[in-house]
Every structure is written in structure tokens, then in C-alpha cells.
Design a binder for this molecule. Structure first.
Ligand code: ATP
Ligand code: MG
Length: 334
């Protein structure tokens, strides 16, 4: 039986990095069947909706989805909604898993191997804002249910790793009601995971510790906006956005995507670094149960990162194409 993979390029460099990752997936030799779907700003401009219903249906008909990037305008556009934020809510992809691992490049700090598990459905991302004259208010929603399920995902991931350590990053000292509920709920869930060493850490201290001693972290669980910020920080520690993969996981399906956006400044030039998307594809293989192949893809990427050719974001001169070809050759030699 073949794995059915939904591919959504989206916007900007999504059109370059998703086809690159597809070639690497094809080179694994696994039985894969690809289903293409559309979403994002270009789709909105063409069809008046950023995620057509048929895209949701295609995702649900597949085992997993690889998503490139979607542009969101910074101004408010009537009727527009961000594609990935919509999919996270619509498909209840409540866990955003963002690993940060040292890579063999000068831009990467050594000794880092951590995973940020970010709650993906609530917090400030309920997008409920209003304005009264010169005062603006945003709601942050924290529920026991969402905190518990994200807590369990993080605890399970921590339990399966050698160090079995989970930090709960929070700001309950200032927001004891919302952040406090999150913290208490994850701690309560932790009673079912006696092997995991659970510690809580205030998010600002966590940010500092991540810069000073990132190697002491294993798994970090946190709320939506805090996780958004911390995971960009950890991406920066290990070489930047071009290298950072992520997964949006729910109970029925999962959507894998690079942490970076559509990078309009370099789109169409053929120089985008496809590593983040290739590593996201590797996470997808892991999710599908193809752990060995996933590890091989990651090793092939590391071999090319180490020896080159490298893309311009890492100081090299490779194109998306030549980098991808080198990864495929490394993969075939493994
Ligand atoms: P969006 O609104 O879609 O998020 P953005 O302008 O915020 O777009 P990002 O994609 O978030 O752009 O990227 C931020 C910066 O990092 C840009 O300068 C971009 O060129 C660079 N960048 C992001 N991804 C890559 C990549 N895969 N390869 C090379 N450079 C990248
Ligand atoms: Mg961006």
C-alpha cells in the first residue's frame, strides 16, 4: 500500500521548496502517491478563498500533508484568512512540534537537540481583537482541555527521548489565571508520566537560558504565542529559518511545514534553502512510521550541509536545485 501524501506549495518560495522535498521523498524509494492541493494568498486572489473546501477534503483523504508557505498581508483584507492558521483550527492540529538540532555548519551552535511543543489552537491566536477609540484589546483563551492534550503530547515526546526532561515555559507570575491554568494542567498530566523530569520555567528566563545554555534543554512545552517566539529563537540558534522544520499534529491527520514563511524577497530566484522543507518531510516519514528512512534523509541533509554545496542563506552559492540534487545523491549513497 502506498502512502498518500498531500502536497500544498502555497505561495512564494513554497513553489520551490515543496517540489525539492518531493524529489527527495521520491528518491527514498518508498511507495508514495502524491495529491496536489492549493491554498494561500495566490489562491485567495484567484478564487476569493485562501483554503478551498476541496483542499480540506484532499488533506483528509491523505495520510499526511506537506505544506510550503503561505503569504499573509500585513494589512487587513476583507474575507481573507491565513491558510495555515485556518487549517490548524479546521483540522484541529493542536500540537505544533518544532525541533531545533545542531547542524554541521558554522552558523549553528553545537550541542543543541531540543523540541519546542507549542499549543496551536488558542492563546492569543483566537484572533479576537477589538478597539475602543485609542484602546485595543486582544483576548487570550486558555482551556484545560487544550492544555491537557498539548501537555500529554509533550510528555509523551519527552518520555521517548534519552534525557526525558520537560520544561513548561510560562508567564504565570504575571498572568496567574490563564498561564496558571496552563501550567497547573500540564503539571497534573505529568503525574501519568513518572519517568519524565518536569520543571517549570518562566518564559523570559527560558529565552535567556536558551541563548546562554541551549544544550540543557530537551523538550519545552508552552502556549501559542510564547512558542511562536521561542521557536524562532531556537531556529536562529542552529542556523536560521532555512533549516527549521515543523509539524502540526492532530488526532486525525498532520500537516508538516517549514517554520519560515513565503520569503517574497527571494521568491522565484531559485536560491531558497529547501532544508527546512526536506527536514519537515523527514518528520512526516517519521510520523508515518518510516523512522529508518526519515533518519536517512536527515543524515543525507547533514552530509551536504557539512561538505556543501550550500545555499546563499548559509554563505554558499548553491541553488535550490543543486542543493537538492546533492541531498539525493547523498541519500542514494547511504
Ligand atoms: P511571510 O509573510 O510569508 O512570513 P516574510 O517576509 O516574513 O514572509 P519569511 O519567509 O518569514 O519572510 O523569511 C524571513 C527572512 O528569511 C527573509 O529575508 C527570507 O528571505 C529569509 N528566508 C526564509 N526562508 C528562507 C529559505 N528557505 N531560504 C533562504 N532564505 C529564507
Ligand atoms: Mg515571516
Amino acid at each position: 500500500m502506498a502512502y498518500r501524501i498531500c502536497l500544498i506549495e502555497g505561495d512564494g518560495i513554497g513553489h520551490e521548496v515543496v517540489p525539492a522535498a518531493r524529489k527527495v521523498l521520491e528518491a527514498t524509494g518508498l511507495p508514495l502517491e502524491f495529491v496536489e492541493a492549493e491554498a494561500g494568498w495566490e489562491t485567495f486572489e484567484r478564487r476569493g478563498v485562501s483554503v478551498p473546501e476541496e483542499t480540506v477534503e484532499k488533506i483528509l483523504s491523505c495520510h499526511a500533508t506537506l505544506f510550503g508557505a503561505a503569504t499573509s498581508p500585513t494589512r487587513k483584507v476583507p474575507g481573507f484568512f491565513g491558510a495555515i492558521r485556518y487549517l490548524r483550527r479546521r483540522l484541529d492540529l493542536y500540537a505544533n512540534v518544532r525541533p531545533a538540532k545542531s547542524r554541521p555548519i558554522p552558523q549553528s551552535r553545537p550541542g543543541v537537540d531540543l523540541i519546542i511543543v507549542r499549543e496551536n489552537t488558542e492563546g492569543l491566536y483566537v484572533e479576537q481583537e477589538r478597539r475602543y477609540l485609542d484602546v485595543a484589546i486582544a483576548d487570550a483563551v486558555i482551556s484545560k482541555k487544550a492544555s491537557e492534550r498539548i501537555g500529554r503530547v509533550a510528555l509523551k515526546i519527552a518520555e521517548g527521548r534519552p534525557r526525558k526532561t520537560l520544561h513548561i515555559a510560562h508567564k504565570a507570575n504575571v498572568l496567574p489565571v490563564t498561564q496558571g491554568l496552563f501550567l497547573d494542567t500540564v503539571k497534573e498530566a505529568a503525574r501519568d508520566f513518572p519517568l519524565v523530569n518536569v520543571q517549570d520555567i518562566i518564559v523570559d528566563n527560558c529565552a535567556m537560558q536558551l541563548v546562554m545554555r541551549p544544550e540543557r534543554f530537551d523538550v519545552i512545552v508552552t502556549t501559542n504565542l510564547l512558542g511562536d517566539i521561542l521557536s524562532d529563537l531556537t531556529a536562529g540558534l542552529v542556523g536560521g529559518l532555512g533549516l527549521a522544520p515543523s509539524a502540526n499534529i492532530g488526532d486525525t491527520t498532520a500537516v508538516f511545514e517549514p517554520v519560515h514563511g513565503s520569503a517574497p524577497d527571494i521568491a522565484g530566484k531559485g536560491i531558497a534553502n529547501p532544508t527546512a522543507t526536506i527536514l519537515s518531510a523527514a518528520m512526516m516519514l517519521d510520523y508515518l512510521g518510516e523512522r529508518e528512512v526519515a533518519r536517512k534523509v536527515e543524515r543525507a541533509v547533514d552530509l551536504v550541509l557539512e561538505k556543501g554545496p550550500r545555499t546563499p542563506d548559509l554563505g554558499g552559492e548553491a541553488t535550490t536545485e543543486t542543493f537538492t540534487q546533492a541531498v539525493i545523491e547523498a541519500l542514494k549513497a547511504l
